[in-house]
Ligand binder design. Structure first.
Ligand SMILES: [Zn+2]
Length: 458
């Protein structure tokens, strides 16, 4: 039995426009026809006809930067230490469904502990649970100057960390081969961090030091590619962005402080960038003075975002595919909430049309995933992941953040389960041994005055 969707307008994902009077035909989970209704194959009496003539029909969306194992964490310790990896997998499975409910049928997890997202991916692929299609990395490969080696040397990197510290080339090669054997889709490198700065007065913001040198990254990239895996890097600073571009990694995450030389290398090698601006913008738009990261963090995020907007707008003009990703999984970017904000930011700050942003958020980003050539578009031979949407995101892209507008989400041609229930976030995400948010000196206590809560008020 085939399904015929009569579309009010159809955005295939392959173009920047939508067309009226179109039909999508689905058979056995795949699209067999998408085009003018006048030319569509006739529905047989056994076929199901879905009347979406009042709606905007489009392919499922893609987020290439969603960490399913982070659990909407408030701090890195929450991510690395407090929840056992087994619990993270169960929680991540639940969160994956939340992402799907936001219309995101494809996600890539660029790094987490052990085999958490890999197991979620396998459970979904095996048909045990419903969830988005997942492409995943294993733990980030990092050095002592990179992201994920957060703790002092005398503590070291815990076994349950999202990163794996590699101390020599041999360890790097061994970790790549180990992860490939486990079945990862991509290899993730922490090419810089937040704290290792270049000496001699280089700007605090753009002067992040690369965690690996050029030779090391070339060497690891060659081996990952030889084993048939894509390479992605976390690279905010100029140096890490340039090394990533020269090494020919498949996608550079952030690239906030890239320059013309970086752009030339990226264009020459046909690489992609995942800017992940949502994390930065949410940091300065929403975070509060009581948040642990403090005022400096918001200011830093704003500075970085504004610097990145300029470079990324240039990259977009130069034809670099900007994959859409949000760093969902933190408390500032909870699952299922802000994925489409990245598209809004592309329109608002990178000078894109809604159609361009939506094409990036569908076929272009999906193209990066495993089996990508059959994802992210409504065209014959593609997986039938379909959104029937009440509105027109080509007029107002921010409509995609409104879940009420998603009338139906089909995964492989079947409606997804929309059943949800509330959970107790204290038991889901907040385990850290965090006791006070302030310093209770005599002066501070006086200042707080009647803001101090009393037992009776609890
Ligand atoms: Zn991330």
């Amino acid at each position: 039995m085939a399904k015929h969707i009569k579309c009010g307008s159809l955005f295939t994902g392959l173009d920047t426009k939508a067309e009226k009077d179109q039909t999508v035909v689905i058979d056995k989970g795949m699209v067999t026809y998408a085009g003018p209704s006048a030319k569509a194959p006739k529905a047989s009496p056994k076929d199901e006809v879905i009347d979406a003539s009042k709606y905007f029909v489009m392919p499922g969306l893609s987020d290439v930067h969603t960490h399913l194992a982070y659990g909407n964490a408030r701090c890195e310790e929450d991510i690395d230490i407090y929840a056992p990896v087994e619990f993270r997998a169960l929680r991540g499975m639940f969160m994956a469904h939340r992402v799907l409910l936001a219309g995101y049928t494809n996600i890539c997890n660029p790094g987490d502990a052990a085999r958490v997202t890999l197991s979620i991916r396998n459970a979904i692929n095996a048909g045990l649970f419903q969830g988005p299609r997942i492409t995943t990395a294993g733990p980030y490969l990092t050095s002592r100057q990179g992201l994920t080696d957060w703790y002092p040397t005398w503590i070291g990197q815990p076994e349950t960390s999202i990163g794996h510290l590699i101390r020599s080339r041999d360890e790097g090669i061994e970790e790549i081969r180990y992860q490939v054997k486990d079945g990862v889709d991509v290899i993730k490198f922490a090419m810089d961090g937040d704290t290792a700065l270049q000496p001699n007065g280089v700007s605090k913001f753009s002067g992040l030091m690369a965690a690996f040198n050029q030779d090391e990254l070339n060497y690891y990239t060659t081996e990952s590619h030889r084993l048939g895996k894509k390479v992605i890097t976390h690279a905010r600073g100029l140096e890490a962005t340039l090394y990533s571009a020269k090494a020919g990694v498949d996608c550079i995450f952030h690239a906030s402080y890239g320059d013309d030389e970086c752009l030339d290398e990226i264009v020459k090698r046909k690489l992609t960038i995942c800017p992940t601006l949502t994390l930065l913008v949410n940091n300065y738009e929403f975070s509060q003075p009581t948040d642990g990261a403090g005022k400096g963090w918001s200011e830093h995020s704003k500075f970085e975002a504004e610097t990145a907007f300029k470079f990324l707008a240039k990259a977009h003009k130069a034809g670099v595919p900007l994959l859409t990703g949000t760093d969902s999984g933190f408390a500032i970017t909870p699952y299922g909430e802000w994925h489409a904000k990245e598209l809004e930011i592309y329109v608002k700050y990178l000078g894109m049309s809604e159609g361009e942003a939506l094409r990036l958020g569908t076929s272009v980003t999906a193209g990066f995933m495993t089996d990508g050539s059959r994802l992210g578009a409504l065209a014959a031979g593609r997986h039938a992941d379909v959104i029937i949407f009440d509105g027109n995101p080509l007029k107002d892209i921010s409509q995609l953040m409104d879940k009420k507008r998603f009338k139906h989400i089909l995964l492989a041609g079947e409606p997804i389960s929309v059943e949800t229930h509330d959970v107790d976030y204290r038991k889901v995400s907040q385990f850290s041994y965090d006791m006070w948010s302030d310093m209770y000196t005599q002066d501070r206590v006086k200042e707080l005055g009647n803001q101090i809560r009393t037992i009776a008020a609890e």
